[in-house]
Design a binder for this molecule. Structure first.
Ligand code: ZN
Length: 310
């Protein structure tokens, strides 16, 4: 929990200022774009078959996880009105296959697209084919507990969460237009997560399994034990309790939107998720369910306390 970071603005630290994050390569052709516009998120797909979400600020965009290959991601981005060329970088929660496909390095090298991984995951990235080339090109950038700027106008602060051996990273993205929290693949919701996400405008958090469906599923018992452990995934009930605690720790009406990620195809059902969240009608009105095969609509962050001068 020592990596839990404060999220007050302004804490922008550019990659160049960070001791761990290397300088971006000079040849990187990323357009600066307009980072002064509105903030939104679109989950391109979520589940054990792949996870990827795109955060858009004005004309710039950032991918969170890359659990679909480059071609499939480009197709889904196209359906959302973007393309791989729209991206400024990729932030990874961890390197399990459903969050990072090992087919990415060549595309990242071609596009000059930086990928941000926690220092604890850097060795995993180096082990995949093309990982060392990404490092040598200055595109594999590691971060520690210091907030960093994965694209202009976005401050990323992180919290380490338990998931299998290597753990996973929860992100909080703060911008002039509002804030987005993102946490998936966590065995439980520690107090550090609640505090880190308190006050975000939009929260993306996993709601992975229904306990009863898991208990009666035909999956091997060791898989169920792992998923239900403190280092596995959040059940619908755990997700609901975490969202309530984050809402309780936030100003009234926040988070305005709650996006529920990583629903198990075998051990969960949309009706089960809704059934749990409907216990709190106010929260139930704010949830958006994600899907493995379909992207969500664009969810815009509306922060009435912010007057956009643009
Ligand atoms: Zn996963």
């Amino acid at each position: 929990m020592s990596d839990k970071q404060t999220h007050q603005m302004p804490l922008f630290i550019s990659p160049r200022q960070s001791s761990l994050i290397s300088a971006r390569p000079k040849r990187m052709p990323r357009p600066t774009g307009n980072s002064c516009g509105t903030l939104g998120v679109c989950v391109l797909g979520s589940g054990s078959g792949g996870n990827a979400s795109v955060i858009r600020l004005g004309e710039t965009a950032l991918l969170v996880d890359a659990g679909f290959g480059p071609r499939a991601t480009d197709k889904r981005l196209g359906e959302a009105g973007l393309s791989l060329n729209s991206l400024q970088g990729i932030c990874l929660t961890h390197l399990d296959q459903d969050h990072f496909r090992t087919t990415w390095p060549n595309t990242l090298l071609k596009l000059g697209l930086p990928i941000f991984v926690h220092g604890g995951h850097f060795a995993d990235l180096m082990r995949i084919p093309g990982g060392a080339e990404l490092r040598d090109a200055g595109l594999a950038q590691s971060f520690d507990s210091t907030p960093f700027e994965p694209m202009p106008g976005v401050n990323a602060s992180t919290v380490r969460l338990r998931h299998d051996k290597q753990g996973t990273i929860g992100y909080r993205f703060d911008t002039h237009a509002g804030s987005i929290g993102y946490a998936t693949d966590l065995g439980h919701a520690p107090q550090a997560l609640i505090e880190h996400m308190a006050g975000v405008d939009l929260l993306c958090i996993e709601s992975n399994y229904d306990e009863q469906m898991t208990a009666t599923s035909p999956r091997p018992s060791w898989v169920n034990s792992r998923n239900m452990s403190d280092s596995g995934h959040l059940s619908n009930e755990q997700s609901f309790q975490a969202v309530r605690m984050i809402a309780d720790a936030s100003p009234t009406d926040l988070p305005r939107d709650v996006v529920l990620l990583h629903r198990s195809g075998q051990c969960n059902h949309p009706m089960k998720v809704r059934g749990v969240f409907e216990r709190d009608p106010e929260l139930a009105n704010r949830i958006t369910l994600t899907d493995q095969h379909r992207r969500t609509r664009w969810l815009q962050v509306h922060n009435p306390s912010i007057v956009d001068a643009t």
